[in-house]
Structure formats: C-alpha cells, structure tokens
Write a protein that binds this ligand. Structure first.
Ligand code: B12
Ligand code: SF4
Ligand code: SF4
Length: 339
C-alpha cells in the first residue's frame, strides 16, 4: 500500500470522513485577500477572535513552513458535524438558545488529528496538528470541496457541516488530484439574503465585526443595533448554513461519543440531539454559566421573549445577582421586553 493510502486508511479508521493531501506552498493570494478583507470592512483583528490579534496570525497560516521549517506536505482532515434532529424553528417559542452544530465536532476532529500525528511520528517523521493553515483555502485547492457564497467550504457528501483540521509534516507525500465538486451556488444568493446582520456583505466575503459567531464570544460591548439581530443564538450561528439547499439534503449522522462542547467557550450542555436538550434561556441566567453566555441569554430573551411573562420574571429575579456589564444587559433586556 502507498504511504498516502496508509495515512488515509489510518485517518479513516479513527473516524475521519474526509482526508486529503495538499502541497506545501506559500499561500500569498490568501494573505492578500485577508488584507483586502480588512481594508474593505474596517473589521478589527480582534473581531476575528484570533490570538494574537495581529496580522502575523494570518502570515503564519499562509506559510506552513512557519509552523514546520522542513515541511513537505499537509494533510487536511474533515469530520461530518450534522448530528441533530432538532427542529430549531421551535426554539424561539420555547425560549431556548441555539448553539452552532459544528462545535460538538471540533474535539472529535482534534482527537483524530492527534492520533494521526502520533502515528506519523512513530514512523520517524515530524507531524504538527492544529488549525495552522488556511483550512478552507487549502481544502478548496485540493478539491476536497469548494467555496460556497456563505464563505464556507461546501463538500459534495457533507455540505458545509464539516469540522476541519490539519497536519503539517516533513513526511514526503504526493498531493491529491481530486475531482472538483461543481459549485452549486450559481445564481443562488439564499445565504446572503438570510444573514441577519449583513455580515455576508458579498459572495464569499464575511465582515467579521458583524458576524454573530464572534459577537456571541465577544467580551466587550455589543452595539444595541446588532443585539437585536442575534435572535436566540447563544454560541455561534448557523443561519447561512441552515438555509443552504445543499445542507437541506443531508441526513443526520450518528452521534460520535467523543462529540461535546467545551464549556470554557460554549454553553455547557453536552449534546443537542433534540430540542429539549437545547438550553433554556431562563435557566442560563441563574446557573453557573460564564458571564458571556448569560449575557447572550439576556440578549436572546430580549429578542424572542416579548409577550412572555416568564422571560421578564426570570430577568428580574436574576438581576440581583448580576453585576457590572452583565447587569446592564439584564436591565437593557427588561427595558426591551417592557416597551
Ligand atoms: C478567522 C475565522 C473566522 C472569522 C472570519 C470568517 C471568515 N469567513 O473569514 C469568524 C470569527 C467570523 C468566523 C466565523 C465562522 N467560522 Co470560522 N474560522 C476562521 C479561521 C480561523 C480562519 C478563516 C480565514 O482564513 N479567514 C480569512 C478569509 C479571508 O479567508 P476565506 O474566508 O477563506 O476567504 C477566501 C474566500 O473569500 C476566497 N474568495 C474570494 N473571492 C472569491 C470568489 C470565488 C468565486 C471563490 C470560489 C472564492 C473566493 O478567497 C479568500 C482567501 O483566499 C478558520 C480556521 C482556519 N485555520 O482556517 C475557521 C473556520 C473557517 N471557521 C469555521 C466555521 C465553522 C465558522 C462558523 C460557521 C462558526 C459558527 N457556526 O458560528 C462561522 C461562519 C461564518 C462564515 N459564514 O464564514 C470552519 C469552517 C468549516 C467549513 N466547512 O468551511 C473553520 C475552517 C474552522 C474549522 N476548524 O473547521 N471564523
Ligand atoms: S445558500 Fe446558495 S449561494 Fe449560499 S452557499 Fe448555499 S448554494 Fe451557495
Ligand atoms: S454565521 Fe450568521 S452572522 Fe455569520 S455570516 Fe453566517 S448568517 Fe451571517
């Protein structure tokens, strides 16, 4: 068996749904595009939720040798992340918060990448796993998928619900020559129209300062005009994926036992395989959730709780234990619900 096939077989045996080998290049056009995007939108690098919040982050992604000086190949891994049968349309009526589907699968794809890196290292080569390349760009180049106008990688088998990760290695592997999945976007603009904040300001382009995903993680203030557009998303946002006709064709996958949220970043429930398990917004206010999630729950209540006495009562009850910025959000939400 060829080295490439051995690697792929091992990755699949660990649960990878997609795996491809890409060449080591300096992705200069990607870096130019990042700079254009920043200039076009005026978004701050902190809006990208990256560390460190400066352009060196993207420079490192654009040149894989910054991660491994003697790099010879990149392995891109993908795990299908659509595992819930939840009818999300009912969450607003039930005062429940929504979290992005893909987050459950980041730990799964990371584990697979760690195992594969170990496997390569045991063969006597270096292998560094992480998110240290421009994942969509490289996956698009290998033809593992293609860019959708929602600025995400769309794949033939799994739509855009794929959690990606990569390995950079000095193991010499031949890059794949896959057949490109023909873009389904053509005249469609459904995702652009559906984005509630206008973050998808042009096909393939996101203004990170408007995207609900970073807004739900932001520690500093969220402008009121954006709060009212966040609906009941409390961690991430899937709208530009939920509306995509390609994703509507998908079948729900079996839940991987390794899937789960990282409570440091996300609402601390484990699986969201049905709507009853999505977090109740009024419960979040009173539990030991991080302040950021409680703030998001207050915003969500203001957005979907109008006319619901339960929402108002919960905010009024928990305001006594809230302080500082959080208290201001609770007061703001009460004001929205009362007026
Ligand atoms: C920074 C970042 C963000 C930022 C910026 C998003 C963005 N689109 O740039 C913020 C915080 C907003 C964000 C949000 C989300 N993210 Co994010 N993010 C990243 C990160 C770290 C880098 C992305 C990046 O390089 N952006 C810079 C821009 C310039 O790059 P780009 O989008 O690839 O831009 C290219 C296109 O515009 C293309 N292009 C330009 N014009 C044209 C024209 C045509 C015709 C074509 C075909 C292409 C094209 O050229 C550009 C580059 O060369 C990656 C992880 C990684 N290491 O890659 C995850 C990653 C992209 N995120 C991911 C996800 C899942 C999300 C969310 C869906 C999370 C959620 N559910 O809330 C949202 C989706 C928002 C959206 N619609 O894009 C996944 C995507 C998986 C997939 N199937 O594509 C990744 C790969 C993480 C992972 N490990 O899986 N993210
Ligand atoms: S909604 Fe339409 S335009 Fe947007 S990614 Fe899906 S197919 Fe492409
Ligand atoms: S994730 Fe939500 S806010 Fe961000 S671009 Fe997609 S629809 Fe817009």
């Amino acid at each position: 068996m060829s080295l490439e096939n051995e690697i792929k077989e091992f990755a699949r045996s660990q649960g990878a749904d997609l795996v491809a080998v890409a060449s080591i290049e300096i992705y200069g056009d990607y870096l130019a595009e990042v700079k254009d995007r920043l200039a076009e939108t005026g978004a701050d690098l902190s809006d990208y939720m990256i560390q460190p919040a400066d352009v060196s982050f993207f420079e490192r992604l654009a040149d894989p040798r910054e991660t491994l000086a003697d790099a010879k190949a990149i392995i891109v891994l993908g795990v299908y992340a659509y595992d819930r049968t939840a009818d999300y349309s009912k969450t607003q009526q039930g005062l429940r918060g929504k979290t992005a589907r893909i987050y459950s699968y980041y730990p799964v794809v990371r584990k697979i990448a760690e195992k594969l890196a170990e496997f390569i290292e045991k063969c006597g080569y270096r292998a560094i796993q992480g998110q240290n390349i421009p994942l969509k760009y490289v996956a698009d180049r290998t033809k593992l998928g293609t860019y959708g106008k929602n600025a995400l990688l769309l794949t033939k088998q799994y739509g855009s619900y794929v959690a990606l990760r990569n390995i950079i290695t000095d193991l010499p592997l031949s890059p794949d020559r896959l057949e490109r999945f023909v873009s389904p976007c053509e005249d469609c603009r459904v995702c652009l129209k559906a984005c509630p904040t206008g973050a998808l300001y042009a096909p393939y382009k996101v203004n990170a300062s408007f995207c609900i995903n970073p807004l739900t993680r932001r520690q500093d203030d969220i402008p009121p005009e954006l709060r009212s557009k966040m609906q009941n998303w409390i961690s991430g946002c899937d709208i530009c994926q939920e509306v995509c006709p390609v994703n509507k064709e998908l079948t729900v996958r079996r839940i991987d036992p390794r899937a789960g949220f990282d409570p440091r970043h996300h609402a601390s429930h484990r699986y969201l395989d049905n709507v009853e398990k999505t977090p109740h917004l009024t419960d979040i206010l009173g539990e030991a959730y991080p302040d950021v999630i409680r703030r998001n729950a207050a915003i969500a209540l203001a957005n979907v709780g109008k006319g619901k006495l339960e929402a108002l009562a919960a905010l009024k009850k928990h305001i006594a234990t809230a302080s500082g910025q959080l208290k201001e959000y609770y007061l703001w939400a009460i004001d929205v619900l009362e007026n």
